[in-house]
Design a protein around this ligand. Structure first.
Ligand SMILES: *Cc1c(COP(=O)(O)O)cnc(C)c1O
Length: 412
């Protein structure tokens, strides 16, 4: 059974059995010939974390609604005990996400992406210097600033696409935070170079992999110590849950994060985790369609008279294009586009208010297309242009999306 005991015993894949089916031991080369180990990630999305095959066996694990578990005497290692420590509904999701990220251990699910980020930042040694992108997700930036104000750590903000600048900032640092592509500027970091440098210097590296998803980018395999996710976005994919996760292959870090989750209590609702796993089943088809749509929309936006500064790594002349092509698997550049509408904030607001199909809302990664003027948030970095719209492209028919968008843009 998975890690679930308050004393934080960590176990590797080989020891885990879900629904009676023993999973592949990713650490044991002798088991490498088992069919699961050969599964393409797109198959793993669909077939991972299922109950064992058998007559009358359910195809999905049930949702377990309980706050406590039957137990007697001294708790044995691995016993569930209490639902703040563990819930069987978390297990299949944590197993699938861990395997998708090519981790040696299951993921740890949290009640939100921010709860996962809080737990990951708690790994930074007290008083240590944290190097992070100046265009990180604004929640990560605000939280780090709060921690810095409290004297918990020091922040060094960098242009994450400028490898030389980041490496110079690593001097004397305790941790490196990477987001790539960044939210909302879509800057692409040289992940292999940055993560190798952090490893060489013994600096803790944490990657927010929300935008790329593990289908396109697996930072642990490139040397990252920890990956965090806002599961709310692409992994869940339907704008109906708030959820996060931390993933690592390091037993000690895993035990620390697990202990943090248990004590700080930002645990996920079993129903939300069930919905997230249901969303994960269709991740590959959603990403394919939303990427195809994005490629077309980004191209047309870049040719529109009322649009400037389109950022989308799939555009051949985007500054991050070549890097993204190498790092994101070469065929899918994600589904977030940033562009500037007209001249002023009011122009962008006008565009969003005129959209009929596309929803004006924050968030991203769902099946429905959302648009937001990011600078409306006071917490957004000042270098984000005030008329910048972040478009999270969904899976609708692309001509309907373009008609809606171009109608609104034509009337600036
Ligand atoms: C949304 C988001 C988060 C925060 O996640 P929540 O699930 O909203 O708490 C963190 N990082 C990135 C890149 C995000 O887009």
């Amino acid at each position: 059974m998975p890690v679930c005991h308050p004393r934080n015993e960590s176990k590797r894949w080989g020891a885990r059995a879900i629904g009676g089916r023993t999973l592949v031991d990713m650490t044991n080369p002798l088991e490498a010939s088992q069919p699961e180990s050969a599964w393409d990630p797109r198959t793993l999305l669909v077939a991972g974390g299922r109950p064992a095959h058998g007559v009358d066996a359910a195809v999905n694990h049930p949702v377990t609604f309980t706050s406590t578990f039957h137990s007697q005497g001294v708790a044995a290692p691995g016993e569930k005990v209490y639902a703040r420590f563990s819930n069987p509904t978390w297990d299949p999701f944590e197993e699938v996400l861990g395997q998708l990220e090519e981790a040696q251990l299951p993921a740890l699910v949290f009640s939100s992406g921010m709860a996962a980020i809080v737990a990951a930042l708690a790994l930074v040694p007290a008083g240590g210097v944290l190097v992070m992108p100046r265009h990180s997700y604004n929640g990560s930036l605000s939280l780090s600033r709060e921690l810095a104000d409290a004297g918990r750590l020091e922040i060094r903000l960098v242009d994450i696409a400028d490898t030389g600048e980041v490496i110079a900032a690593l001097d004397g640092a305790a941790a490196l935070w990477v987001e790539s592509p960044t939210n909302p500027m879509l800057e692409v970091a040289d992940l292999p170079a940055l993560l190798a440098e952090a490893k060489k210097r013994g600096i803790l590296s944490i990657v927010d992999n929300t935008f790329a998803t593990p289908l396109l980018q697996r930072p642990l395999s490139l040397g990252a110590d920890v990956v965090v996710h806002s599961v709310t976005k692409y992994l869940s994919g339907h704008s109906d849950v708030i959820l996060g996760a931390v993933v690592t292959s390091d037993e000690k870090l895993h035990a620390t994060v697990h202990g943090y989750r248990t004590l700080h209590g930002a645990i996920a609702s079993p129903m939300d985790v069930f919905l997230a796993l249901r969303g994960v089943r269709t991740l590959s088809v959603r990403l394919e369609r939303s990427h195809t749509n994005s490629q077309i929309l980004a191209q047309r936006l870049s040719e529109h008279r009322n649009v400037s500064g389109v950022r989308y790594p799939g555009l051949p002349d985007d500054p991050g294009h070549e890097r993204a092509e190498r790092q994101l698997g070469g065929y899918n550049f994600g589904s977030v586009i940033a562009f500037q509408a007209g001249e002023r904030a009011a122009d962008a607001d006008k565009v969003i208010s005129r959209l009929k199909l596309i929803t004006g809302a924050t968030s991203l990664g769902g099946v429905e297309t959302l648009a937001e003027r990011r600078a409306r948030h006071a917490s957004e970095p000042e270098s984000i242009p005030e008329n910048l719209i972040r478009l999270s492209v969904g899976i609708e028919a692309v001509e309907d999306l373009w008609n809606d968008l171009s109608d609104a843009l034509n009337r600036i």
